[in-house]
Design a protein around this ligand. Structure first.
Ligand SMILES: [Zn+2]
Length: 459
């Protein structure tokens, strides 16, 4: 098995450090509903994890929840609720989305606010070793001038980084690129007692602390979106390797490509953000997985509703072939599957080329249908298709009823939901309720959750 390692810029043979394989993927900041980019990234890492296990390795997978940060504090203040109420709602919403997409939950999902002692221990040791320093206001910064190979993952020199660097007013850093490990508390913000005064952890330090606590000082795979290469992952490396003195912190650095959204085709009724719930209201989880996996994880993925519609048809084709009945006049001819299995494994062994592997499943589905028509025995082929599609690609292979009407109606239903929301804001409850009732008569059921209104077609 070969993996493209961002650190070396090359595909390398996958040789784990030990048993089990240790994998860490940066998690979400739960201040809003998750968007489709999250679905894309976590589907890819789900398949990477599934395939490593399919190949016979044991694996331990950790993914954090960043439940304290500026965006969370701002959003909670806007809504007049506590940060913990906000993050609990959206963490639950995130896991509901992941479950719906058939993404296997990580083995451990630590939350930043529950890992403060470990975070403080790491910060403390970095100060002791001279890699970090405290400022007068009670913040702690990482001293990048002490870290000789800072910039090795993103291949940036300090001069290149300096171009975009700035010192915020009030910051007392030694160097503009030094980054916060511990942020002194501001009035009204959640804070924890520490040796440096009341404050809260910076973002980068939590991943170092959690990765080391749950997986050890050196791990096999560290993953995330392309946008995390710099500064987040660069800073994780600086902190972790300075803390432990062990290199490398992670043996293989993996990053998925960007999601591109063709704006003009987007329904603007629910704002500019395309949430996972929006897409799940119109398309099945299998369709979303087929759509995402038909692209290579490192390539950019272009979102279109047309693309998802073809993926839905593709998912139905796979499902039908996997559930195809034997011909009534079965011959003794058996459909051979060795080549399909070998080619699937070759594709996935080549840096998880799911696009190619998905193509092989479609070829297999086509041949199953042809073979069944001509009376061949398709039992093995059907089982192979089921195994690869379910175990590795995470498909459920249950043909979903997504009727044409409900797909066409979706933008209008969303518009009505939005109108109902605005009526309720204006305290016109009677009219708002009329919308809910009329939709219910048409078979569209609304569900008001703490994170917004979702709908389903009961027909
Ligand atoms: Zn991280």
């Amino acid at each position: 098995m070969k993996i493209f390692n961002e650190m070396t810029g090359q595909k390398e043979e996958f040789v784990p450090i030990g048993d089990p394989v240790k994998m860490y993927v940066c998690g979400v900041t739960p201040y809003d509903n998750s968007h489709f980019g999250h679905a894309m990234s976590y589907i890819f890492f789900d398949v990477i994890r599934r395939y490593i296990k399919f190949s016979g390795f044991k694996l331990k997978y950790v993914q954090n929840v960043t439940d304290i940060d500026d965006k969370i504090i701002n959003r909670a203040n806007q809504r007049g609720i506590s940060t913990s109420e906000l993050t609990e709602n959206f963490t639950a919403s995130y896991f509901a989305d992941m479950d719906a997409l058939n993404i296997i939950r990580p083995d451990i999902t630590p939350k930043a606010t529950e890992e403060i002692p470990k975070i403080m221990e790491v910060v403390d040791r970095l100060i002791e070793k001279g890699y970090a320093y405290q400022t007068n206001d009670g913040s702690v910064y990482f001293r990048i001038s002490k870290d000789e190979d800072y910039g090795k993952l993103s291949r940036r020199t300090l001069d290149m980084m300096m171009a975009g660097a700035r010192i915020e007013i009030g910051e007392q850093k030694e160097h503009p690129m030094d980054f916060a490990l511990w942020k002194a508390a501001k009035p009204g913000e959640p804070s924890w007692d520490s040796p440096w005064g009341k404050g809260r952890p910076g973002w980068h330090i939590e991943c170092t602390a959690m990765s080391i606590k749950y997986l050890g000082e050196q791990i096999d795979i560290h993953g995330g979106g392309q946008d995390l290469v710099f500064p987040h992952h660069e800073n994780e490396i600086a902190q972790s390797e300075s803390y432990s003195g062990k290199v490398p912190f992670a043996k293989y650095w993996m990053h998925n490509g960007f999601l591109q959204i063709a704006e003009e085709k987007m329904s603007k009724s629910l704002g500019n953000m395309l949430t996972i719930k929006d897409v799940m209201a119109r398309r099945s989880a299998d369709a979303i997985r087929v759509f995402v996996l038909s692209s290579h994880y490192r390539s950019p993925l272009s979102f279109t509703w047309d693309g998802l519609e073809s993926a839905e048809k593709g998912a139905e084709r796979l499902s039908r072939a996997a559930n195809r009945a034997d011909s009534p006049d079965l011959s003794s001819d058996v459909l051979e599957t060795v080549t399909y299995r070998r080619e699937f494994v070759e594709a996935m062994d080549d840096d998880f080329n799911s696009a190619k592997a998905m193509g092989i499943l479609f070829d297999l589905a086509r041949e199953i249908n042809q073979a069944a028509d001509s009376g061949k025995n398709i039992e093995n082929a059907r089982n192979l298709l089921k195994q690869l599609a379910r175990e590795v690609m995470g498909l459920r292979l249950e043909v979903q009823e997504h009727t044409a009407e409900s797909i066409e109606a979706a933008p209008f239903i969303e518009l009505l939901i939005r109108t109902r929301y605005e009526l309720r804001q204006a305290k016109q409850y009677q009219m708002a309720d009329q919308i809910r009732k009329t939709l219910a008569d048409l078979g569209i059921l609304l569900d008001d959750t703490p994170t917004g209104t979702t709908w389903k077609n009961k027909k």
